[in-house]
Design a protein around this ligand. Structure first.
Ligand code: FRU
Length: 486
């Protein structure tokens, strides 16, 4: 595979193809000894159009092999204008991908179809028929199947919006993956606030995902969609199945940052669940078009529902193998309006920190030599929040700013894990299992440096370590000549 030209904003430890536009992770499944990760992909450019499914597989989440495009629109077919999102299941020696068939003439109704692979995902054969031709009464939006095994049969959720204002995940079941019967909404709700920053559960639910727990509560995850461009978010309902319905408590955010959407689940061997999200660009479209690419997948995250009903995420354990040299190890304290340089980091690093703040204090990643460009990761012991502030994270005015918060108990030490990879930062609050993802576009070429800082009247105890983050190993595609990209 040809390598993309050096681009300071291009992540190296996050999955994406060399060029062009990507959005949602699709078809996530463990099959034939491999994690399969497909994604919404425009092979013709860096904007959202011509949706195909690109495809990678990996035995270990570190070394990835690009496979031929899994799905492509069929000219004149029911998916002629795009193969939209969906998931895949492993059923004996076959992989079955379920997806949303897009036609321009019905922009909010993407009925469900499928394609089958008998060769470990190298080739998929579209069924050429709609599995569920009609859309239930009153649906104003309908797309994104998610299929899972349930007892001896199968269940499917499809994301929807109802004309009466409710977003919904609609339930179907099937004995054989062929014949599907509608059972009604698995869950449906009117818009409800979530996370306290003006976000809500949306008019419609895209990309519903379901994590059924072996015992105890499970999680229904969906992406909160609105017909206008108000901010979107990924939401979880934690609750329990009762027959054909899911009863849950208040909605919670799956990610507290602005740049994670369409998160999707993979059921890994040994009962482990992994989650990838799509992290879209937070910069002018013309800029990403000029660079020839847009969008990246988050790192895979282990996700679980804890005994207390909270959703917990952490980077998949395998990612520790990407750690290279430890470039920083610092312990100490700051007092009052003080800043201590902890050391240098490269543009891709993995960091752990134990912070003990009194008042407002935290870490600053300085990316320009004069210190005018920086990302702040601040703890506010007074409000009980962790704040990630990117208002000064790029000197380029085409990059978006904003500061984002997640709840953070500060009555004890706060443990963080931060993965920064060129233009993406994922801040895991290890203490609670919450995460905040955002994009940033530093203009400073490095070396970057890290400071511990406290505000007047505050102080901070810190222990910080940072390691260089190695790139993922992307293998040469075995048969690119046989399956060239269009
Ligand atoms: C979510 C989404 C899905 C749809 C796909 C199209 O980002 O809008 O609902 O299937 O993207 O690319």
């Amino acid at each position: 595979m040809s390598t993309a030209p050096l681009d300071p904003h291009r992540p190296v430890a996050h999955l994406r193809p060399p060029r062009n536009w990507i959005n949602d992770p699709n078809g996530l499944v463990f099959h034939d000894g491999h994690y399969h990760v497909c994604y919404q992909y425009n092979p013709h450019g860096a904007t959202h159009a011509n949706m195909h499914w690109g495809h990678f597989r990996s035995p270990d989440l570190i070394s990835w092999e690009p496979l031929p495009l899994a799905l492509a629109p069929t000219p004149g077919g029911m998916d002629a204008d795009g193969c939209f999102s969906g998931n895949a299941v492993s059923d004996g020696d076959r992989m079955v991908a379920f997806y949303s068939a897009h036609r321009q003439e019905s922009p909010q109704h993407q009925p469900v179809t499928c394609a089958v692979s008998h060769d470990g995902g190298r080739t998929f054969h579209p069924s050429g028929r709609l599995l569920i031709p009609g859309v239930p009464e009153g649906c104003t939006m309908y797309r994104d199947p998610y299929v899972w095994r349930h007892g001896d049969g199968w269940r499917m959720l499809v994301g929807a919006a109802f004309a009466d204002g409710r977003g919904a995940a609609l339930l179907y079941d099937s004995p054989d993956l062929e014949t599907w019967t509608y059972r009604g909404p698995f869950a449906a709700r009117e818009k409800q606030g979530v996370g306290g920053a003006g976000l809500h559960t949306g008019e419609g639910w895209e990309c519903p995902q379901y994590l059924p727990a072996a015992d105890g509560p499970g999680a229904l995850i969906f992406s909160a969609w609105n017909d206008d461009d108000s901010p979107r978010c990924v939401v979880a309902l934690v609750g329990e199945e009762h027959g054909d319905g899911f009863e849950a408590g208040p909605p919670v955010l799956v990610d507290h940052g602005p740049d994670s959407y369409a998160s999707a689940l993979l059921r890994a061997p040994g009962g482990r669940w992994l989650l990838w999200g799509w992290s879209g660009e937070a910069r002018d479209e013309a800029w990403s078009v000029a660079d020839g690419w847009a969008g990246v997948l988050t790192v895979p995250r282990e996700i679980s529902v804890a005994g207390d009903g909270s959703l917990r995420q952490q980077p998949a354990a395998e990612l520790l193998a990407l750690r290279g040299e430890r470039t920083l190890h610092a312990t100490g304290q700051t007092h009052g309006a003080d800043a201590v340089v902890l050391g240098g980091v490269g543009p891709a690093f993995d960091l752990t920190a134990r912070l003990e703040p009194v008042g407002a204090a935290g870490l600053r990643l300085l990316t320009s030599p004069d210190g005018s460009e920086y990302l702040d990761i601040r703890l506010d012991a007074d409000t009980g929040e962790l704040v990630v502030d990117r208002d000064h994270a790029s000197l380029d005015p085409r990059a978006q700013g904003g500061s984002y918060r997640m709840p953070c108990p500060t009555d004890g030490p706060v443990d963080l894990r931060v993965i920064v990879d060129h233009s993406i930062a994922e801040v895991f609050l290890t203490t609670t299992g919450q995460v905040l993802t955002l994009r940033l576009y530093p203009t400073g070429q490095g070396p970057w440096r890290l400071e511990a800082r406290s505000m007047p009247g505050a102080h901070l105890g810190y222990a910080v370590d940072a390691w260089q983050l190695h790139p993922l190993v992307i293998k040469e595609p075995a048969d690119c000549a046989a399956h060239p990209e269009p």
